[in-house]
Design a protein around this ligand. Structure first.
Ligand code: SIN
Ligand code: MN
Length: 196
């Protein structure tokens, strides 16, 4: 895992936020449902890119279209693509950008990202807004975990073995950033889905 704390200047964070707002205007945030139980996540989600990650009663999958509007996902904005090119060191483009929106009490349980055929491609995580207490484990659910803070403008790259490690968000620390006037946190997760 590679952590790049404070990688984004406030100006760059504002640019990314404006791009995310434009995406969400076309592809509204929605509350996904957990597989089987159908209970809602506390995190609201949307996507941009050719492949959007979805969770519903039938499971996890990638889809070309928004589950509520049925429209194709908007493209990944170029300032976001530039960050991928700047930091991941791979020559291929990401295909999925998951937008996770956390209110003050939202959290995300420990999980692995394993719905991608491109098993070796890195994952780039971009944090905006309030700080998250992020938990990173290892290859097994029972592997030891550690937690650290992801603040606004921090990047994290899961690459090599860490690409397949368990991770989650324990909680959001409200009031730790001024970036989002409404408070809360936005995380962008960029992934390659198909084998490059
Ligand atoms: C995720 O694993 O989907 C998101 C992690 C985060 O919000 O930092
Ligand atoms: Mn994940």
């Amino acid at each position: 895992m590679r952590l790049l704390p404070g990688f984004l200047s406030v100006e760059r964070q504002r640019t990314l936020l404006a791009e995310v707002r434009a995406v969400v205007a076309r592809a509204p945030l929605y509350s996904p449902a957990m597989p089987r139980s159908g209970s809602p996540y506390s995190v609201r989600m949307s996507n941009c890119g050719s492949h959007g990650w979805l969770s519903d009663r039938s499971g996890y999958r990638y889809s070309e279209t928004h589950p509520v509007t049925g429209a194709l996902w908007p493209g990944i904005p170029s300032p976001i693509l530039e960050l991928w090119n700047e930091t991941t060191g791979v020559a291929y483009a990401p295909e999925a950008c998951l937008i996770n929106c956390y209110g003050p009490t939202a959290r995300l349980g420990l999980h692995r990202d394993q719905d991608e055929a491109a098993k070796d491609a890195p994952i780039l995580s971009i944090s905006l807004g309030d700080t998250a207490l992020f938990r990173l484990g290892g290859p097994e659910r029972k592997s030891p975990t550690r937690s650290f803070r992801l603040g606004s403008g921090d990047l994290m790259i899961l690459e090599g073995p860490s690409r397949h490690w368990f991770h989650g968000v324990d909680r959001i620390l409200p009031g730790t950033s001024q970036l989002l006037p409404e408070g809360g946190r936005i995380n962008l997760t960029l992934r390659r889905v198909t084998i490059p």
